[in-house]
Design a protein around this ligand. Structure first.
Ligand SMILES: [Zn+2]
Length: 235
């Protein structure tokens, strides 16, 4: 296997494209990374420069389309950056210490530990926090509608915010911790209502409305902001 050839070339509209030619590539494929705002072209190992250029020329309208998209660059959050937690902004404050801890002090979230484990401590702390909150809220809501759930799990799920299994287990994305309280309440109501209606029927939404009258407001918020919460990373 020959080593892949990598270089940066100039494409249409003056964009820089990182070209990677490798033996496994059977055809030309251009991709755009929205978060890094970069273009990457993979190409077969033995391909004429002319073919690359004519391919890129054909891609020009597509490249233009990518450039016109509103940019949604997601920063990697570290010391001194602000994270939203349940509707309030906190400044991340990493401190080197032998003891591992996570504390909320005024508008700061203070993480102590080894520098290499700061982001891990923060994530575990936030997962624990949202797990407790979700449990409390789902417990109260399920009592209101006379149902019980088995257990609540928070995980890294990037495709959805929550789910309810036929066995009565509720699952949520831990990233809900970055959403405001009314959004957390809506998602609890949503999953708790699935304990009664395993569907999204008119009856289901009527029940959601009983538990969370402003749920449409939360749905709108998730539509506008949800994707960026799913991407949030810590350094
Ligand atoms: Zn649902």
């Amino acid at each position: 296997m020959l080593k892949p050839l990598r270089k940066t070339i100039e494409g249409p509209l003056n964009v820089k494209i990182s070209l990677c030619q490798n033996q496994r590539s059977k055809r030309l494929k251009l991709a755009y990374n929205e978060h890094e705002d970069t273009f990457r072209l993979s190409a077969p190992y033995h391909i004429a420069n002319f073919d690359i250029q004519s391919f890129l020329k054909r891609c020009q309208p597509w490249i233009q389309k990518q450039l016109d998209k509103p940019k949604k660059l997601i920063p990697i959050l570290g010391h001194g950056d602000i994270i939203p937690i349940l509707g309030k902004d906190y400044v991340i404050n990493y401190k080197t210490d032998l003891k591992k801890s996570m504390l909320f002090i005024d508008n700061r979230i203070e993480i102590t530990g080894k520098p290499s484990s700061f982001s891990g401590i923060l994530e575990v702390g936030l997962r624990d926090l949202i797990q407790k909150i979700l449990y409390q809220r789902c417990f109260v809501m399920s009592q209101t509608i006379g149902k019980t759930f088995k257990k609540i799990t928070v995980k890294e799920i990037k495709s959805r915010w929550g789910s309810c299994s036929s066995k009565g287990n509720l699952n949520f994305s831990w990233r809900l911790v970055f959403a405001p309280n009314h959004v957390v309440d809506y998602l609890c109501a949503h999953e708790v209502c699935h304990l009664v209606e395993m569907n999204h029927s008119v009856r289901f939404w009527a029940l959601v409305e009983v538990l969370e009258p402003n749920y449409k407001h939360a749905q709108k918020w998730l539509k506008e902001n949800g994707k960026s919460l799913m991407m949030l990373q810590f350094s």
